[in-house]
Design a binder for this molecule. Structure first.
Ligand code: G3P
Ligand code: MG
Length: 389
């Protein structure tokens, strides 16, 4: 049964720098809202947020190098099609390490990140810091046979991984429980965490004999899940929580960890600071993701509504919006939202007006089952974070 999460105001006392909220920040794919996912720039951003863990996804290249990429294919997060136009497949596991090194893994997100490279797992230890660790997700391990041994070997080959583990900063996670068990057999001293829907109590109890944590999609759980997991002794972690309101709702439920694309926002909330210090009164007031007909119906398709809540006009020329997988919708040139006015930013085609801008993106973007929207100025200042469902 799928339950939507009720967004509630936090019942606990407000956080302050002296009494921070007790929840671990897990910086998702580096910091996927703030920099291209799973790249050095994202890992560096995450490192500076003091997140408890930086999460990365590992797969094997065709020649067996553990590489940090989330999707099964390279098409969304690199220029692989441009660099290798004649390939029949763009599966990560069909490219050699040498080929992967030729890809730009940053421009797809924003031109400021042109030239970002796909890292190897070995490189990720450089981003650990005292008090902050690394969460290595074995991503689709069935497509990367032997990845468990490769990861175990990488962790054994550099003393810094050992030191990180000694101070409680290392976890290996996966949706694939069999793969996780294989890894656990090879490296029993490294804590492991399962990911997926919350299983029945007997399965949870069994998992708790060898897992340190269970991670689930916060939109697909019911409130009882927190206690059911925690009573086994495992920590309970939720993903991917991207608005301050949803973060506070999860803290209120008592989760141990929150996976987020904007780790700096959660860290600021935890210590009682304004989570969005660059906010200027323009907010996302509504996301219309599921429209009658196709989602990119001309004129009336899916869109995000920006509301200027101030009594002054706000110039939004060149602003852009990112959804949870960093699909980018732009605001066209010359747009100004009047006081208390709105601007609809549409995915599909239509005739632009003073309060509607059409991206004609070519496909729908906004997930009908829940998504998040980050709003940025042209200088990449984060103005608002909104999540629905
Ligand atoms: O850690 C949980 C999260 O990373 C799982 O989802 O698809 O982003 O790897 P995904
Ligand atoms: Mg992951």
């Amino acid at each position: 049964m799928i339950a939507t999460v009720a967004i509630v105001f936090a019942k606990f006392a407000p956080a302050t720098a002296n009494t921070p909220l007790e929840v671990d920040t897990v910086a998702h794919r580096g910091a996927a809202a703030m920099a291209p996912e799973n790249t050095p720039a994202g890992l560096e951003f995450a490192r500076h947020t003091h997140a408890r863990y930086i999460e990365v996804d590992v797969q094997l290249s065709a020649d067996g190098v553990p590489v940090i990429v989330h999707d099964v294919t390279l098409t969304r997060t690199s220029n692989a099609v441009e660099v290798f136009p004649d390939r029949e497949s763009y599966a990560v596991t069909e490219f050699t390490w040498d080929e992967l090194q030729q890809l730009d893994a940053g421009s797809w997100y924003h031109e400021d990140f042109a030239g970002e490279r796909i890292p190897r797992l070995e490189d990720v230890i450089d981003y650990a810091r005292s008090g902050a660790g690394i969460n290595i997700e074995l991503k689709d391990p069935a497509l990367s046979p032997g990845v468990e041994q490769v990861v175990a070997d990488v962790l054994a080959a550099d003393d810094r991984w050992h030191a990180l583990n000694q101070r409680g900063g290392l976890v290996v996670s996966s949706f694939d429980i069999d793969s996780l068990a294989t890894f656990h057999g090879l490296a029993p001293h490294v804590p492991v965490g399962g990911i997926g829907g919350v299983p029945d109590d007997a399965t949870l109890a069994d998992h708790a004999t060898w897992m340190a944590s269970w991670t689930t999609n916060y939109r697909l759980m019911d409130d009882a899940a927190v206690d059911r997991v925690q009573v086994t002794g495992m920590e309970f972690v939720v993903y991917t929580v991207n608005s301050p309101e949803h973060m506070l709702a999860m803290v209120d439920l008592g989760v141990d960890g929150i996976v987020t694309d904007a780790p700096q926002v959660l860290e600021r909330l935890k210590f009682g600071f304004d989570p969005l210090p660059d906010a200027n009164g323009v907010v996302v007031s509504e996301v219309v993701a599921d429209v009658p007909g196709v989602d990119i119906e001309p004129e009336t398709g899916e869109h995000v509504v920006l509301h200027n809540t101030t009594d002054q006009p706000v110039d939004v020329d060149g602003w852009f919006l990112l959804d949870a997988v960093a699909n980018r919708l732009d605001v066209g040139p010359g747009y100004v939202i009047p006081p208390d006015g709105t601007l609809g930013v549409y995915t599909g085609p239509g005739t632009n007006t003073s309060d509607r801008y059409y991206n004609d993106f070519g496909r729908n973007v906004l997930n009908n089952n829940g998504d998040s929207i980050a709003v940025f100025t042209p200088d990449r200042e984060l103005i608002d974070l909104f999540a629905y469902y």
